[in-house]
Design a binder for this molecule. Sequence first.
Ligand SMILES: NC(=O)c1ccc[n+]([C@@H]2O[C@H](COP(=O)([O-])OP(=O)(O)OC[C@H]3O[C@@H](n4cnc5c(N)ncnc54)[C@H](O)[C@@H]3O)[C@@H](O)[C@H]2O)c1
Length: 346
Amino acid sequence: MKVIITGGAGFIGCNAASRYLQQGHQVIIVDNLAREGVQKNLEWLRTQGAPAFERLDVRDRAGAEILFRRHADADRVLHLAGQVAVTTSVVSPREDFEINALGALNILEAMRLAGMQAPVIYSSTNKVYGEMTDQGIVERNQRYAYKDLPAGVSEERNLDFHSPYGCSKGCADQYFIDYHRIYGLRTLVMRQSCIYGYRQFGAEDQGWVAWFMIASQLGRPITIYGDGKQVRDILFVDDLLDAYDAGFEGGDTVWGRAYNIGGGPSNVVSLLDLLAYIESRQNRELPRAYADWRPGDQKVFVSDIHRARTELGWAPKTSSSQGLGLLFDWVSANKELFIEAAPIAV
Ligand SMILES: NC(=O)c1ccc[n+]([C@@H]2O[C@H](COP(=O)([O-])OP(=O)(O)OC[C@H]3O[C@@H](n4cnc5c(N)ncnc54)[C@H](O)[C@@H]3O)[C@@H](O)[C@H]2O)c1
């Protein structure tokens, strides 16, 4: 197969590219290398095969059209390129919109104009459901939890975009669904919860699981925004890649559908839980500072993954405790990768 991965040098993209290269497929990585550290992912991929690298900014409409026309014979497309931090989106909402919303439209249009038949998956986010202020939240054992939503948030929940990032990702999410409705493109939307795993250049404002592991091992200061009791259902990256494959192979009924993809209610971790885990592994107390809540930060987000289970036959295989162990060991063994990449928290 020939697989195009936009954002292919990023955390999720390079894990996907690595998997496809190991399976003997041809991989086209499309990225502008905007994210600090991802050049190292590209170098790593080059040790595993010969991915083609196409340097493209997804805001470049003409460039995207030329590229997809050249690769119109691709079998699969993953659109992962994006501006990924809520905080950055608040500082630069136009840039965030241009990359996430317009960039996604550029990819859809490039595929449509090239007459492509390949299925395309869009990496959306749980942020499309907003703050859900009507949803009762309680505190149990130093963690927030939904008062009465044991299975988590399902795709039936109203969309409610919060923060410029929520708006730009949500806009792209809807365009992907609509391009199936209107133009028959074989699109699929994955509303991802918090994904963690190898080769994630987590930073303070995005990728908190990796960031806490990296910061603790490099001796960088750790700041908790809010009280640390906020929880997410976390998902190990390999399980996400399984969900992508299940989607691509899901048959004609899945096109134009959106799926919540996360660890679900059995893989819920709070910031304080994660710090306690790292402390237990390092056998020391981690110094930390507290700061105000950040805009759009939900106290709880837990995905209901029932639709993906029943329609895609997918379920996470890596428990949060296994996955955290894998990531901790990997960061310990690869500290040198992060010495320049991890920005110093201020
Ligand atoms: N990691 C998560 O927990 C998570 C959760 C929900 C959704 N997502 C979405 O998944 C996708 C991949 O996330 P990730 O965690 O791998 O992030 P990442 O930052 O590691 O990867 C994103 C990649 O996109 C590239 N990029 C940024 N702007 C670009 C542009 N204008 N043109 C071309 N390339 C550009 C970056 O250089 C980077 O390689 C993103 O769209 C993100 O919004 C991630």
